[in-house]
Design a protein around this ligand. Structure first.
Ligand code: 5RP
Length: 257
């Protein structure tokens, strides 16, 4: 009995401590805020659970270093966070160009393409990202993949006009295969309604899909599609908090032909 307890204690002592998912998110968020936010900058604030750590760190820095930073939100959640942490709230009317946007992702592939919209905020996230000089992604180790679908199993989010959701479902399934499901709310009967009053479809795509740039362009052209959760070549850098407590960095390589 004593021997086995000693063995367990030794084992616990010798096993490297695994960072929790939450501490991995926090590490990535802190690194991004520390590296990319400077005095007198306008920052896009993304949405999701990882961004909560980023806003907390930003608030700490504003307090400690007296930074002057304007925060432009990508969702209702982000706006509430900015207000809760007493940060300066801005919008695109006053600040149409941002220095950077810091946001989470559901999956990042080897080419730095992203799936976003797991939290349903993809439209405003993409608008803010498109107005930022650089988009910086913060995530835990479960979001880093060679190809889409390797880790993220919930499909590609697509924001659509409510009246058009069924024809859009049919068109995507007929053209590319897979299954397109309307996202249903959890604490409300019926579908999820986005911050913009639309529906979200989640496309569970076939495993052999490639050329996401082309697919993204084609789906975006279907009448009634507002925006897709495919962010192609938009992010400049991704920080992943890893299981061993380290941070992995991935950068966008632009192919010049
Ligand atoms: C919301 C998003 C989020 O950035 C994405 O879902 C990641 O969220 P989390 O940080 O909670 O993993 O795209 O629309």
């Amino acid at each position: 009995m004593v021997r086995s307890l000693v063995r367990i204690a030794r084992l616990l002592h010798s096993t490297p401590r695994m960072a929790s998912l939450e501490s991995a998110k926090k590490a990535a968020a802190y690194k991004a805020i520390d590296e990319y936010v400077q005095n007198n900058t306008v920052v896009g604030i993304g949405s999701g659970s990882t961004v909560v750590h980023a806003v907390r760190r930003l608030a700490e820095r504003v307090e400690e270093e007296g930074l002057s930073v304007v925060c432009v939100p990508t969702s209702f959640q982000a706006r509430q966070l900015i207000i809760e942490y007493n940060l300066t709230l801005g919008d695109l009317e006053t600040y149409p160009q941002l220095d950077c946007a810091i946001d989470g992702a559901d999956e990042v592939d080897a080419e730095m393409n992203l799936i976003k919209g797991g939290g349903g905020c993809l439209l405003q996230e993409k608008i803010i990202a498109s107005c930022a000089k650089r988009l910086i992604i913060i995530a835990d180790y479960t979001k880093s993949s060679q190809k889409f679908g390797e880790h993220y199993k919930k499909g590609i989010p697509i924001e659509v006009v409510p009246m058009a959701y069924v024809p859009i479902q049919h068109k995507i399934e007929k053209t590319y295969g897979g299954i397109v499901k309307i996202r249903m709310a959890v604490a409300k009967a019926g579908p999820v309604i986005t911050d913009n009053g639309n529906f979200i479809l989640d496309w569970h795509f076939p495993v052999d899909m490639t050329d996401w740039n082309k697919i993204n362009e084609e789906i975006s052209l279907i009448p009634g599609v507002i925006e897709t959760g495919l962010f192609i070549s938009m992010a400049e850098k991704a920080f992943f908090g890893m299981q061993d407590g380290s941070i992995k960095e991935q950068i966008l390589h632009i192919c010049k032909i």
